[in-house]
Design a protein around this ligand. Structure first.
Ligand code: GLY
Length: 341
């Protein structure tokens, strides 16, 4: 069953659910320090919970951290009557959900996303997972959090770079589904719009629309992958370079290249890409990759286990996504030339 998303005025629903339960919180070194007090303020039942802490960062969303979490769960004698509470960004909600959904074949869990990126994406929709052999989210499960608690207070301690990271998914949601929201975002001169509760709720509603149409990601849900084929390749290569890009930064670059592909393949109006490029230049002026186009192509081919063509989710226009589009290597290289200086 899909997660129930709880907004600030309904925190008591989670409090009621948790108040007589044994709770284990999974947090990272940052959220354990900064976010736990905020979470306890709204959900006092969390005060006496045990805590499993993992190292922060996407590079730690791996088998080693998963094994560490399972070992801690074992030593805390976690069983089916427990609830796991994942408090953190997408790394924590992904790996925490994965460990909860596999330990003893499934312990219920709640997600409390502390970053804009996780609020907009990772914390709901049922995908859990870890990275494996340099490839993102290769191992995982479909398992829904019982509840997801969204509170903009958690954003107060985020750096501007982390806000920008999360805003890229809001931009994607507007592009794939909501002309009015795109009109608002495309003219943004700062990130104010992206962090207000109403716009976060809209972003969540857009992702939920696709998740509910296609929970197992075999068709319409793949619209949410817009920007992610090229974006994931850029992100993965950057993790081993001296110019590490955050997920949202890489996805933003991926969206620009995939808008160019959308133009070539579906005649998506050029103005959409131009507006997106202008937005990138205003809000993300320093974001760029420093490796070659052929490295990106190689990574794409390796990840997708494709030989001559690669499957993309593109746009025919704003709010008109097209999934399962076959794209040739030549078309990818041509789209990447938008980044040539
Ligand atoms: N992040 C894309 C999805 O959940 O399908």
């Amino acid at each position: 069953m899909a997660s129930t998303i709880i907004f600030p005025n309904a925190a008591h629903v989670i409090q009621l659910y948790l108040q007589h339960k044994e709770i284990v919180i999974i947090a990272d070194a940052r959220t354990n320090g900064f976010c736990l007090a905020t979470a306890c303020k709204y959900i006092p039942a969390l005060q006496d919970a045990r805590i499993i802490t993992i190292p922060a960062g996407e590079e730690n969303k791996n088998l080693l951290s998963a094994e560490w979490i399972w070992m801690q769960m074992q030593s805390l004698h976690v069983h089916k009557d427990y609830v796991i509470v994942n408090l953190g960004g997408g790394t924590v909600t992904d790996i925490g959900g994965f460990c909860a959904s596999t330990f003893m074949r499934g312990i219920p869990f709640i997600n409390i996303p502390s970053t804009l990126l996780a609020m907009n994406d990772a914390a709901f929709g049922g995908k859990t997972g870890i990275n494996f052999m340099d490839t993102k989210n290769t191992i995982g499960t479909f398992a829904n959090a019982e509840y997801v608690f969204i509170h903009p207070d958690f954003l107060n301690t985020l750096s501007p770079k982390q806000i920008a990271n999360g805003a890229a998914e809001s931009i994607k949601h507007a592009l794939i589904h909501d002309k009015k929201l795109w009109e608002l975002y495309k003219n943004a001169t700062d990130f104010t719009h992206f962090t207000n509760l109403e716009n976060i709720q809209q972003s969540i509603a857009i992702k939920n629309y696709f998740v509910q149409l296609d929970p197992l990601d075999v068709n319409e849900r793949q619209s949410l992958n817009f920007g992610h084929s090229i974006g994931h390749a850029i992100e993965s290569i950057s993790l081993n370079s001296n110019n590490i890009l955050l997920h949202g930064e890489a996805i933003l670059l991926g969206m620009l290249a995939e808008l160019q592909l959308s133009e070539t393949i579906y005649n998506c109006p050029a103005i959409v890409r131009k507006d997106a490029e202008a937005l990138k230049n205003r809000l993300y002026p320093t974001v760029k990759f420093t490796f070659s186009k052929s490295e990106i192509l190689e990574k794409l081919l390796f990840d997708k286990k494709n030989t001559d063509t690669i499957n993309f989710s593109l746009l025919k226009n704003i709010a008109a996504p097209m999934v399962k589009t076959k794209v040739s290597k030549e078309q990818v290289l041509q789209a990447l030339s938008i980044f040539d200086a």
